[in-house]
Design a protein around this ligand. Sequence first.
Ligand SMILES: NC(=O)c1ccc[n+]([C@@H]2O[C@H](COP(=O)([O-])OP(=O)(O)OC[C@H]3O[C@@H](n4cnc5c(N)ncnc54)[C@H](O)[C@@H]3O)[C@@H](O)[C@H]2O)c1
Ligand SMILES: O=C(O)C(=O)C[C@@H](O)[C@H](O)[C@H](O)COP(=O)(O)O
Ligand SMILES: [Zn+2]
Length: 366
Amino acid sequence: MIDTPSSVSVPLKRGRDYAIRYTSLRDLPGILHDVGLRTGKCVVVTDENVGAQYRSPVRTALSSAGWIPHVITVPPGEKSKSADQLQVLYDDILEWGIDRDTPVIALGGGVVGDLAGYAAATLLRGVPVVQCPTSLIAHVDSALGGKTGINHATGKNLIGAFHQPNVVVADLDTLGTLPQREWTSGMAEVIKHAVIADADLFSFIEEHLVDVMTGRRRDLIHKMIPRAAKVKAEIVAEDEKESGRRAILNFGHTFAHAIESVAGYGTFTHGEAVAIGMRAALFLSAQRNTQAIPRENIDYVLRAIPQQHDPSELDWQDVRRAMQSDKKNKGDVVRFVLLDRLGQAYVTGDISDAALRQAWDFATRP
Ligand SMILES: NC(=O)c1ccc[n+]([C@@H]2O[C@H](COP(=O)([O-])OP(=O)(O)OC[C@H]3O[C@@H](n4cnc5c(N)ncnc54)[C@H](O)[C@@H]3O)[C@@H](O)[C@H]2O)c1
Ligand SMILES: O=C(O)C(=O)C[C@@H](O)[C@H](O)[C@H](O)COP(=O)(O)O
Ligand SMILES: [Zn+2]
């Protein structure tokens, strides 16, 4: 039913398509050449965990092909998506010296991808960026689509830019060193893509739930990851800058971003928060459309994502207040992505505070 492709295209308008190339990081120099990047200086941004595993082979591959790589390693975790860390990157990169053709290579998970991507979007008003995802979230979601940015005390990702990568170099073998908590967190975004736009992918996840949650079956994950990435690629191609349909990729995120900021960035992983947010959005969806949504099935799959912290300990009023900073809001109206049915989603602002509170109570119960 589901195939393993060697690449997935992100077919942007006006000939700005790019590919997710499933290959080895050793092939990075050849791919940079294929997409027309001129050999010379390049900046590699990674974090300490990812760097310990992959910085050295990537540096060697680049140097052997004639590149002059400058590797910058940031501390791991959500706290690095900050103005302070961005300033460290600006200072380091500008002191080393780049021109407008110098690519920034983001080697890591969503934090490195968002941070380095935003640096690339803004340095010299924009230099090329190449995303090399190493976490499950990055493989299926953050490395593609061009959303880059940092967090602010008042909310997640409130400062950023759209800056599409020239190419995504996706080495699925990097997932072999990803910690289990990060794997199951990443499954939240895979499930999100299935639930909003790919009912067959949802059936695949349901059928293989135990195996996909451990991430140990290569045959399954090599099918599942490109399929989940394709869902995002198609939505981004249709609505690159979120003027409409792309907002459905935010399913579960109105609650999730509030949870992340109220709990303190990095307490809940992004995926854990998204899993809770999707349970809340599922509750609201089923309240409106009882017949069409297989609520029990979806909720069962979402509850398979382990939580390391108890969300019911968060103060509901704080979470509710944090939602007022969501980027989807129109004036004071907080908007949510809900399901019409499995595989189809829509955005609405028409939800009462009482319903939100019920959804919160439902989603924070184990
Ligand atoms: N731009 C987008 O479209 C988009 C989409 C989804 C999520 N995000 C953002 O991405 C972030 C979450 O991404 P994430 O979960 O990848 O977080 P992350 O980058 O912090 O990675 C999670 C942890 O796994 C480690 N890690 C990553 N790859 C590894 C590997 N191969 N081996 C060993 N350790 C590895 C990292 O060092 C980190 O400790 C959030 O900030 C979220 O807002 C952005
Ligand atoms: O790519 C998108 O569009 C998404 O919404 C993907 C989300 O999984 C991701 O967390 C994204 O960073 C959220 O974007 P935001 O605009 O709500 O900050
Ligand atoms: Zn997300």
